[in-house]
Ligand binder design. Structure first.
Ligand SMILES: Cc1cc2nc3c(=O)[nH]c(=O)nc-3n(C[C@H](O)[C@H](O)[C@H](O)COP(=O)(O)O)c2cc1C
Length: 338
């Protein structure tokens, strides 16, 4: 499994930190094209059998960075075991007015991107070109405001991705919140189950969101009862942010970790062994990832850590995870799971 030589991209990353965050994101994505693959074996210890097959490593790129699906191959070359592209909606969206991302103290971001994306058709064309070159499973993230829209996206993605993540939890698509109602959610799950062509994950908000908490707890139970494969926990936490055009946005990065861990514990309690969980929120190090595995996550995803620590972070996490497991006398991540 090839990961990359990242000295130059790491230097470029430091320079990008001088730009406003959205420009830094765009430039970073453009520069990722120049990352050259170099062979480096991923140690056996950090491979794991998951809902997406055997991942080497079970560390994924979280949704939101590659919104068009054009960069999945280059991003996978950073060492990710899988890449989530999107979120997309049925029709293209321009997103919110800028500024729509700001940095916060303590390695955090607050964003109100408003799901800018090229829409289903363009996304599928992009994935058809890029996904086979990625050499790792590509998961398509879909968002929408009613079960019909999500189902159309799911069907339209047939053959273009290895899995689909259903995102009903973006703070900037508040209309989607209606789908969490028990009746609508059950309808969505029934229709997804009938149309099933690939494994699916449900992306949930932090359970600290008191507006959605009870509905989400009921929904994950329904998801698991229908035998759907996976839950991704968590999306960003809505917070006030006067520097954004919207006045509020979703908090990600270090401060989200405690909410992610709390959510993980609670989800495991509710669904038992029912679904695999992908932990996301403030994961920056191998130690953070191990904490999530110990609470029952099968994979972890990162986003904000990549923005703060640069492209070598995945390789660092792989090396550190292998070292830590050996130190603990464990032969694989499997042994760290509860
Ligand atoms: C700028 C930005 C855009 C995002 N866009 C999406 C998105 O389109 N769909 C989605 O499901 N999550 C999106 N997220 C949320 C991330 O996938 C992730 O759940 C969250 O950032 C927590 O992980 P982190 O602390 O590692 O960043 C976005 C996050 C950021 C920072």
């Amino acid at each position: 499994m090839a990961v990359t030589s990242l000295a130059l991209p790491q230097i470029a990353h430091r320079l990008l930190r001088l730009l406003p965050p959205e420009e830094a994101h765009r430039a970073g994505l453009a520069l990722v094209k120049f990352v050259k693959p170099q062979r480096l074996e991923v140690p056996e210890e950090v491979m794991l059998e998951t809902w997406l097959g055997r991942l080497a490593p079970p560390i994924g790129l979280a949704a939101g960075l590659d919104k068009t699906g054009e960069r999945v191959a280059h991003l996978s070359a950073l060492g990710f075991g899988y890449v989530v592209a999107g979120s997309i909606t049925l029709a293209p969206r321009a997103g919110n007015r800028r500024p729509r991302i700001v940095r916060r103290e303590g390695e955090a971001l607050v964003n109100a991107m408003g799901l800018p994306n090229p829409g289903l058709d363009a996304f599928v064309k992009n994935l058809a070109r890029a996904a086979p070159a990625a050499g790792v499973p590509v998961v398509a993230s879909v968002a929408g405001t009613d079960p019909g829209e999500i189902l159309k996206c799911y069907l339209g993605l047939r053959g273009a991705a290895s899995g689909v993540e259903v995102n009903l939890s973006s703070p900037s698509l508040s209309e989607a919140a209606a789908i969490w109602s028990e009746e609508m959610f059950r309808l969505l799950v029934e229709r997804l189950s009938e149309a099933k062509w690939c494994p699916v994950a449900l992306k949930v908000p932090p359970l600290a969101r008191s507006d959605l908490r009870e509905l989400v707890l009921k929904a994950v139970k329904i998801w698991a009862d229908f035998g759907l494969e996976s839950i991704t926990a968590v999306n960003t936490l809505p917070v006030p942010e006067p520097r954004l055009s919207t006045g509020f946005g979703g908090l990600s990065g270090r401060p989200l970790k405690k909410y992610m861990l709390e959510s993980l514990r609670e989800l495991r309690r509710i669904i038992g062994d029912g679904c695999e969980i992908n932990a996301v929120g403030g994961i920056f190090t191998a130690e953070d990832a191990l904490q999530a595995f110990e609470l029952g996550a099968k994979t972890v995803q990162i986003y904000t850590a990549l923005a703060y620590r640069g492209p070598s972070i995945v390789r660092q996490m792989i090396t550190d995870l292998a070292k830590t497991l050996r130190k603990l006398g464990m032969r694989s991540i499997e042994e760290a799971l509860p």
